[in-house]
Write a protein that binds this ligand. Structure first.
Ligand code: NDP
Length: 403
């Protein structure tokens, strides 16, 4: 029997619950806990109607360690799947340690008052998880998550030495709104407006946000898109765990329309994270903006098109240079048909379920704090093919984003 507690009933939480419920032999008892219980109840009702599976629900403030610890001790799940917000990572890890429960997440910790995401805070839990005999699996979404697995898989099967990686995240979907974000607006805007960092010859190089643009043609007729170099958290762990990497860059596609809206919002101060006084009340501009924007979990029925996310790796095999590309394409409408969610939540929620499955099936269950690429990628990659995220590896003759 494997009881899991999923924390966070947002867009990603909805997908994780549904995908776990599809595998009752692995996830025999599912509890969905979040700040707003009515959202948990609505998701559980959908699962019941579709599959007859009962998902229990609970209300919890995951910022409150004693409250969460009490709930965990009462329910005694084997594992917590954290798909709340990055702000809750440390308090959830604390509660897992107190209650003796394994932990996993999809996004690294970010302090509420500093728009800077780094692994250092979570890596500091290494000794505590080791001593407790518990596993903390970090970053089991798509990026980070599947992209780390693609890198590990390519390194294992196609290279003797991996030297350069370009992670390319294209969302060719259109939801028809002038401006909306595909996942939590506050986290998304903080991420895309942060200064860019990429890895070059042993250190991070900092450049202005969105200052480097390239054009990328996706395989399988997904299309050609403008992509922009930005910082993303897997660069930190991948360059640590693959020290042969000399250059690592992360790119994401944005439409001109999205970038124009973002610039205007930045220029007028709407993306600020410091509280301002308004008519006797303290308001954080980005939180107010997030309230006005469409809820990402409502984008599903309106979004058409594909995502194409992958890793291009350059390196050596038998003394010769080669370039390999591992990618996954998802169709927004097909995702919606299966779980009533657009592809961004889907492509995050499926790897979260698979990461949890790897732990429950004990493929990946060592005491300590681990980034996903530290484990064997093969069973994870196999499960991606089985559970809705089929991928491909192709060899490229040439690859140059500078052209
Ligand atoms: P949403 O905003 O849709 O959902 C977040 C959920 O967490 C909400 O239900 C929210 O509750 C709940 N929550 C927030 N604070 C607390 C708290 N203190 N206690 C309990 N519950 C809380 O976000 P998404 O579903 O879009 O994203 C979820 C996570 O997935 C984020 O961490 C995001 O960064 C990550 N992500 C990772 C990706 C990857 O590829 N690795 C890609 C996309 C997202 P309420 O309903 O009350 O607001």
């Amino acid at each position: 029997m494997s009881k899991v507690m999923i924390i966070g009933a947002g867009g990603v939480g909805n997908v994780v619950v549904q995908k776990c419920a599809q595998l009752p032999e692995t996830f025999s008892d599912i509890i969905l806990a979040s700040r707003t219980q009515s959202k948990c109840i609505a998701i559980a009702a959908g699962v019941k109607e579709k599959s007859g599976i009962t998902v229990r629900t609970a209300q919890v403030d995951a910022d409150n360690v004693p409250e969460l610890t009490t709930l965990l001790k009462k329910e005694q799940p084997v594992l917590v799947i954290n798909v709340a917000l990055p702000y809750q990572d440390l308090t959830i890890m604390d509660a897992c340690l107190e209650a003796g429960v394994h932990y996993m997440d999809t996004a690294n910790y970010e302090p509420l008052d500093t728009a800077k995401f780094e692994y250092k805070w979570q890596w500091e839990y290494q000794e505590r998880f080791q001593k407790a005999g518990l596993t903390a699996l970090l970053g089991s979404g798509f990026d980070p998550g599947a992209t780390n697995m693609f890198t590990a898989y390519l390194a294992k099967h196609y290279f003797d030495e991996i030297q350069e990686i370009d992670i390319i995240d294209v969302n060719g979907g259109d939801h028809g709104y002038p401006f909306a974000t595909n996942f939590n607006p506050e986290i998304n805007i903080r991420e895309v407006s942060a200064e860019c960092r990429h890895w070059e010859n042993g250190g991070f190089v900092t450049t202005d946000a969105m200052s480097k643009k390239a054009s990328f043609t996706c395989p399988e007729d997904v299309g050609t898109f403008n992509i922009y170099r930005m910082y993303h958290e897997e660069l930190e762990s991948l360059t640590l765990h693959y020290p042969s990497i000399k250059r690592a860059q992360f790119w994401m596609s944005f439409s001109e329309n999205y970038l124009t809206h973002l610039k205007v919002l930045e220029n007028v101060g709407m993306t600020g994270i410091d509280a301002v006084e308004f008519e006797g009340q303290k308001i954080v501009p980005i939180q107010f903006l997030a309230k006005l924007l469409p809820d990402p979990s409502t984008l599903g029925p309106r979004t058409k098109g594909n995502t194409c996310i992958g890793v291009v790796a350059r390196g050596l095999k038998d003394g010769k240079e080669r370039i390999m590309y591992c990618y996954q394409i998802s169709d927004h409408e097909a995702c919606y048909k299966e779980v009533q969610s657009q592809a961004i939540s889907y492509t995050t929620g499926v790897p979260a379920m698979i990461g949890a499955k790897m732990m429950l099936e004990k493929h990946w269950l060592e005491p300590g704090v681990f980034n996903i690429e530290q484990f064997n990628p093969d069973p994870f990659m196999e499960d991606m093919n089985k559970h809705g995220l089929p991928w491909k590896v192709i060899e490229l003759d040439a690859f140059d984003l500078e052209k």
